[in-house]
Design a protein around this ligand. Structure first.
Ligand code: MN
Length: 731
């Protein structure tokens, strides 16, 4: 390929000029020359290098400097360092060269940047201790962090030239470390871009799915926003406010996360955008004017009382100030409204950069910058031995079904959400788990059941006297811990049972019955125990007494047998089968057995179901999504039997529906019409409630199966004014 070097040289100069333009206002005497010098040194140092895209390497440092100037508001020193940020690591220039050319401060910052590359870019996984090291080096000068963020942002913007595995590594790191860091520093615009790009490369499908849908629904959204805004605009003008009001779309990343964590579909997310009102008002009136605007809005639209956030009276730790409320807009849609001043808005979008704008005198500039820097430094250089506290804010729960926790040495472990200290102990080592007596999380003593959060640092306390207990099974969520505990309990029972044999033998002797295998087995089945080992175990723990043995002998001798009322076994239920048109087959071999449908979840054919052997009421069929399912499945696994629907005969089943919508005239009428027009659907009950213009209806209907029910749901959704129709468990 022919490269036009002359054209490239021109382009490099062009880009340099744009950079100068972006920071000109802030430059003081001598600054421009310094930046020019750095530019020339960088051009010379990188002259033989090209990026993966084939472009001259120097485009990258210039772009990084541009981000530093434009989006972060850095001054000359920061821009010089941005231009030179890759020289020591990637070229022949040494730190001493830099020091000689640009002085102590610049070389310190470049040193920090080079070290970070060593820690983060060249290791495969980021460990807690590295986190800390990185941040502490960085905190010697905040510009190190900012330039590193700008560097990462540009690399993310140009990531399409990288190989897939590199893309994955860089993009995951961005989500894991850089985006939260930007958030922490109040650089919202950069944070959002990093997150969206991070998602685009870690999960292109998820990214494009949301992106495409956002695009498709854009016109409709714009119409709605207009409808929402118009009456407010009028009255705000009347009241003499200087303001901007507009709809602001949520980022693709945040929408995607909502879909994932809340288990909703795109169409169900009500806050795809927020309405933002930015008022121009003197600092002294900020708070009262924001509240005035709040009062105007809520005169128009009903606010949701539990969704008011006042970050003006108490700003967030990263300095975010704003007043948020959620109101019921037109068409029965909840809309988030953000009220803030121009100053707050700029601070929220670009944190650091905004500080430069709001300084008046040079001295004041300096002191405000200093205050901001020292606050961040404090945050990072936390004297609290709890080194990882700050990770709390790092929103590691971006990964919704996993948490990241750390050993005392800083090794990171990934566990499923809701894992406890005990899960962690078993994750370390079986022995550690078995002997676990407690834990210290972030240096505080906690019980075994303590539910871990991302960023927790855990030290497990053990004792060699400790053994796993039965109720530990309820304290763990990981499969590993569960199976280890079960194994160990089995082991324990076996040991105890071994001693029980002798005890039982003595009891048999006392009752003058021979201690033969036959007699033992008969006794086991008389007591309805699963095995002789269980019998020995009971004997060992004192749960078999002479009286019982005597009763057994009496029973053995009398021909008439009495059984206790415990949960019957499948085999016993087989005799109770009813006619030939069952809807369900049950058990491992899928037999036709008698059953009842559980009233707690009203299963209908087509639902995923399981059978549960009850005491006295035969087999009850529950939906796997039944609110009681988890309890039943985890506590009485041995009483659970498989169940499957067989045919689709026209038998009706009761199902509940919940409808939400706006209170349109004639709505109830229209709904009942839809139901009665639907073939073979009978309504059992219907109830409606209206509040603040929102109606909620509960309908119980008889349907054949899920297909039938879904058809009805689809038709109900088409009724004007109906916003949401969902199935509910109970009537
Ligand atoms: Mn770089």
């Amino acid at each position: 390929m022919q490269i036009d070097l002359e054209a490239e040289r021109k382009e490099i100069l062009n880009r340099y000029k744009l950079l100068i333009k972006a920071c000109k206002r802030r430059l003081e005497k001598g600054d421009k020359e310094l930046i020019r010098k750095a530019f020339e040194v960088a051009v010379e140092a990188h002259k033989e290098m090209r990026r993966k895209s084939g472009e001259p390497y120097i485009y990258h440092p210039i772009a990084v400097a541009q981000i530093c100037a434009e989006e972060m508001g850095l001054g000359a020193t920061g821009i010089v360092c941005a231009l030179l940020h890759d020289t020591v690591e990637d070229t022949d220039l040494t730190l001493d060269d830099i020091k000689g050319l640009f002085g102590e401060k610049v070389s310190q910052i470049i040193d920090g940047l080079t070290k970070i590359s060593g820690v983060i870019d060249n290791t495969s996984s980021i460990q807690a201790e590295n986190f800390r090291k990185v941040l502490l080096t960085m905190s010697s000068d905040i510009r190190v962090i900012l330039i590193k963020l700008a560097d990462r942002l540009h690399n993310m913007r140009t990531l399409n030239h990288m190989k897939r595995d590199k893309q994955m590594k860089i993009a995951s790191e961005t989500l894991f470390l850089y985006a939260p860091l930007a958030h922490r520093l109040g650089l919202n615009t950069i944070k959002t871009e990093l997150e969206d790009l991070g998602l685009k490369y870690t999960n292109p499908e998820g990214y494009y799915e949301v992106a495409v849908k956002l695009k498709e629904t854009e016109p409709e959204r714009q119409r709605f926003i207009q409808k929402f805004i118009v009456p407010l605009e009028e009255i705000l003008q009347e009241q003499g406010f200087k303001f901007r009001i507009y709809g602001r779309p949520k980022s693709i990343f945040s929408i995607y996360n909502k879909i994932k964590t809340k288990g909703v579909v795109f169409e169900e997310i009500y806050d795809l955008f927020a309405i933002r009102i930015v008022i121009d008002t003197p600092v002294d009136n900020e708070k009262s004017d924001c509240w005035k605007v709040y009062s105007i809005i809520t005169d128009f639209y009903h606010p949701s009382p539990d969704r008011l956030r006042d970050w003006i009276s108490t700003p967030k730790s990263n300095g975010y100030e704003s007043l948020h409320t959620t109101v019921m807009g037109p068409e029965g849609k909840w809309v988030e409204v953000q009220i803030r001043t121009v100053r707050m808005d700029e601070m929220a979008e670009s944190g650091y950069a905004a500080h430069w704008k709001y300084k008046d005198s040079a001295a004041e500039k300096e002191s405000k910058l200093e205050a901001w820097l020292s606050r961040i430094k404090e945050m990072l250089d936390n004297p609290d031995p709890n080194a990882l506290e700050f990770i709390d804010d790092f929103k590691l729960n971006l990964f919704s079904d996993e948490i990241f926790v750390f050993t005392p040495k800083g090794d990171m472990k990934t566990l499923p959400l809701s894992s406890t200290a005990l899960d962690f102990a078993f994750d370390i080592h079986t022995k550690v788990g078995e002997q676990c007596i407690g834990a210290k999380v972030n240096h505080k003593l906690v019980p075994l059941s303590y539910e871990l959060k991302s960023g927790d640092q855990i030290e497990i306390l053990t004792s060699n006297k400790q053994t796993p207990k039965e109720d530990w099974l309820k304290l763990v969520v990981t499969a590993r811990a569960k199976s280890k505990i079960k194994n160990s309990l089995k082991e324990q029972r076996k040991k105890i049972a071994d001693g029980g044999r002798e005890i039982l033998e003595k009891k048999f002797y006392k009752c003058k019955i021979e201690f033969t295998l036959q007699n033992i087995n008969d006794f086991v089945s008389y007591l309805k125990l699963p095995s002789s080992q269980e019998l020995f175990y009971r004997a060992a723990v004192g749960n078999v007494d002479v009286k019982e043995v005597k009763e057994f002998i009496k029973h053995k001798e009398s021909p008439k047998r009495k059984t206790k009322t415990t949960a019957p076994k499948i085999e016993q239920l087989i005799t109770n089968t009813r006619g030939g048109n069952e809807m369900l087959v049950i058990g491992d071999d899928l037999q036709k057995l008698d059953y009842k449908l559980a009233p707690c979840c009203n299963p209908i054919p087509g639902d995923d179901v399981f059978g549960f052997v009850t005491v006295g009421e035969g087999i009850k069929i529950h939906r796997t999504t039944c609110p009681n399912a988890v309890k039943l499945l985890s506590n009485y696994a041995y009483r659970v039997v498989k169940a499957k629907w067989t045919n689709d005969e026209l038998i009706s089943f009761l199902a509940g529906l919940k409808l939400i919508g706006t209170d349109e005239l004639g709505l109830v009428n229209n709904i009942t019409k839809v139901i009665s027009n639907e073939n073979h659907v009978n309504m059992r009950s219907i109830s409606f409630d209206t509040e603040d213009g929102i109606f909620t209806g509960t309908i119980m209907v008889y349907v054949h199966d899920t297909k039938h029910l879904n058809h009805l749901i689809d038709n109900l959704k088409k009724v004007k004014g109906v916003n949401k129709v969902e199935r509910i468990d109970q009537n």
